[in-house]
Design a binder for this molecule. Sequence first.
Ligand SMILES: Cc1ncc(C[n+]2csc(CCOP(=O)(O)OP(=O)(O)O)c2C)c(N)n1
Ligand code: SF4
Length: 539
Amino acid sequence: MPKLLLLGDEAISQGALDAGLSGIYAYPGTPSTEITEYVQNKKQAREDHVHCTWSANEKTAMESALGMSYAGKRSMVCMKHVGLNVAADPFMNSAITGVNGGMIVVAADDPSMHSSQNEQDSRFFGKFAMIPVFEPSCQQEAYDMAYSGFDLSEKHKIPVLLRITTRLAHSRSVVITKEKKKQNEAHLPSDPRQYILLPSFARKRYKILLNNQPAFSEASEQSPYNYYKDGRDKSLGIISSGIAINYLMENYHDMDVPFPVLKIGQYPVPVKMIRHLYDECSEILVLEEGYPLIEEMLRGFINNGIRIRGRLDGSVPRDGELNPNIVAIALGMPDPRGLPVPGIVVGRPPSLCSGCPHIDSFKALNEALGSLPKGHVFSDIGCYTLGAFEPYNSIDSCVDMGASITMAKGASDAGLLPSIAVIGDSTFTHSGITGLLDAVNDNSPITVIILDNDTTAMTGGQESPATGHIEEICRGIGVKKEHIHIIRPLKKHHEENLKIMKEEIAYKGVSVIIPRRECVVALDSRMRDKFKTKKTIKA
Ligand SMILES: Cc1ncc(C[n+]2csc(CCOP(=O)(O)OP(=O)(O)O)c2C)c(N)n1
Ligand code: SF4
């Protein structure tokens, strides 16, 4: 079968396409974005009419994937870890409804928070929902798990969670592909009440989920992704999940680890295999990327004397990504970290691009607020969050997508005036609209600045669902026409923009200001594409 050089993200997409995927649903978020982009750019997907447009947020994506599965087809939904919080309601309930066509939920975790607000571990969500979870250790397994995940999902009529982490998502390796399967024919679920979660039906469905737990456990015991490799030195037994096995192997010449190793790639954890390791060895070291999920379970169910080491006893740091050095130290090897970084090397915080439209908006906002002490500007998540740094110092919060408007509303309810929200166009459609509706219903005295740069810039420039009609959405929600302003964030319009900001900040009701100018990076790439197309036509 053909070999491809793929990112972990791309291996998942290719595995799903080869397994007969009919639709992928997602909202962008690092490190998961490339999964959907690969499908969007793939000829095979276009020829097979695989649905692949971006969703408004992770919840709508999850529900659409569930709908496609309801109709009998194979679907996949992808998001970064915090996206699973947004999609938690349909996700948890999809474990109760079960699925018809196979459904895979991909959650890409970001330990060490390279580009995230937290480093939560999605395996807990899988355990919470009581569904099978896959965790690949390499790109080949990422491909294989996506490919075989649909079969597991259809066999047990349950969604399967595929959890990856940043390093796997964004590193490349050769992947051997498998035979391409046809897409499922559309067909309705055999149980017509399966998806009606009224209490009387939901109780039955929940019992089914509970009754299926032993089958999920048995699937883990038999899984090719969980295996036990014996070792000559039984003074230590190592449990390694997901990508951590690579960091372990890197510490031994020819990957010859002297200790027994249990590699885990499928959950629920294979308890029989763990018991075997536990009985064989005098001490256990757990290497897992993320929270100490396996370690906590181990301590819980067989804490009968053998020493268990890992993140909880400090053998491995409690937070952050693993790497070969951390693993070496946990194994008692000499500290391989070398010399400390010289003081002359300083971190460079990210900054807004020169010419970025957000710069002109922040300059006008800062001036409009004048000598007012800090603490009145609630921001959201996007490039504009960089307004927290020098030289702007314009924003005072960034919590989760949509929280700017709702936090400004809550603060204004508490009497903090002025209360200003700063949010991007994509984030506004992701989860700002409902917050604005709350503010309109209460006639909250807030000013909402919706920075419309015509794209989802922070995640690489995906299309933004409200392009060109944000003002109509605001009017539809009930913001008064005379308090909606579209301004042009450019130096030459500074004075008129400042006047509008000052007036609306003073207004004691809901006002919306939309600074509209295209992101310069998006503009640049649009121009390049245009130029390329022209050249091709000429040629
Ligand atoms: C729940 C959740 N989903 C996705 C992300 C990833 N993410 C961060 S900012 C952002 C959107 C930014 O777009 P926009 O608000 O238009 O601002 P811009 O970057 O274009 O200035 C996304 C998708 C996230 N942080 N949280
Ligand atoms: S990518 Fe676009 S929106 Fe982001 S900082 Fe650069 S110019 Fe501004």
